[in-house]
Design a protein around this ligand. Sequence first.
Ligand SMILES: Nc1ncnc2c1ncn2[C@@H]1O[C@H](COP(=O)(O)OP(=O)(O)OP(=O)(O)O)[C@@H](O)[C@H]1O
Length: 446
Amino acid sequence: RQHRWRCAEVTFTCPEGELSVMLLLLLLLLLLFTANRPKHLLIYINPYGGKRQGKRIYEQKVAPLFAAAGVSTDVIVTEYANHARDHLRTEAELKKYDGVVCVGGDGMFSEIIHGLIWRTQIDGAVDPNCPDETLQTCSLRIGIIPAGSTDCICFATVGTNDPVTSALHIIVGDSQPMDVCSVHHNNAFLRYSVSLLGYGFYGDVLTDSERKRWMGPARYDLSGLKMFLTHHYYEGTVSYLPARGIIGTPRDAARCRSGCVVCQHNGKLLTERSENDGEWRTIRGKFLAINAASMSCACPRSPKGLSPAAHLADGTTDLILVRKCSRFDFLRHLLRHTSKDDQFDLTFVEVHRVRRFRFTPRHCQSDSDLELDLLGNASKRQIFSQICRDHPACGCAPAYSCWNCDGEILTHTAIDVRVHCQLIKLFARGIEEPAVFEDLANPCAI
Ligand SMILES: Nc1ncnc2c1ncn2[C@@H]1O[C@H](COP(=O)(O)OP(=O)(O)OP(=O)(O)O)[C@@H](O)[C@H]1O
């Protein structure tokens, strides 16, 4: 039910002893040689994630399943933030393992991908600081045992946040490819992102909520309300490289599900095609929010997500631009994330499926750009409002926001983002559509 898996014992009876031995041997051989099952895993447990239950969840719910399935493990309980990332980057003997598993939340998953992707590039003599390099695909699959506060990545790839279900997906050796965005500033690597990159509203909510950590998860609601009322907008330039020749658009009714044909088709197309194939487009303006959703970003709190039709592994990200509008209109847009209405069907919202994008906030634009802008809007009022924006001490709106990169604040606002198609693989199979026969409430479906 609701994508949850459970263990069951099945007893086979056989009329002859010889036949039962043969069947048993056959089963063992099948498990040993044909299945894509991991035999040796490297496990990192964050003892402080979520409600601090990571260790207990692993020991009581997951370890017995691994033991029963004959999966051997090396377990590391992290001692400090970035312990797992640094261990993967330098010390871990990756050749020994069939996969890496994190027990924790999205922050812990982020540590794992940062360690694994970095290590893969260094081992493959690829420079991760160069935004134009084609990154090497990570060979080890990653498993997530959810034990954090939100666990969005687990929810988006499995359909539920349940440690037993995730452990079973690992044991049966499922595989779900996933795109990763690299974020650079001036040819220096900043971070990798797999879900949301948000400037403006979502950046401000994160910055404000970090100051209210003591409040627990309620801080997001309070910061969200505060930032909605503050209603800051930011000026800047967005350039993007549209994804050409792909199937699917951000306005599709179809969702990315297990065995997604859009991911298969576009993934093949985009890994074969040069990324510089296509023409850059540029948009300048005042934005309440600039979001790049590399997956739907659905979670139990927001079941539709920021971009409901985004795909896990199609080599693109959905760039959503929310231009300056009234508070009432922005509220309409936000409310549509929880209703059946299309959140992109508004005059001040636009969405593009892209392979790469760059953002430059207005305060980083060259002097000649600014001069041109000022000449174009030569009224005294606008010149003064520009001066005020550059001097936050006067109490006017700030000149720039910050980027929320999968829940972490980026240190730079001018960024270059590139999608790396199917760079990593997870022990998951995407969200499964309920089988027709499961839908007993709907006789038509049957
Ligand atoms: N031993 C440790 N001590 C302190 N911090 C740690 C330790 N191990 C990991 N961390 C850090 O804790 C942060 C939060 O962990 P995690 O993502 O597991 O939980 P969460 O924040 O509660 O969940 P979510 O990210 O899903 O909201 C991560 O960014 C990680 O780097």
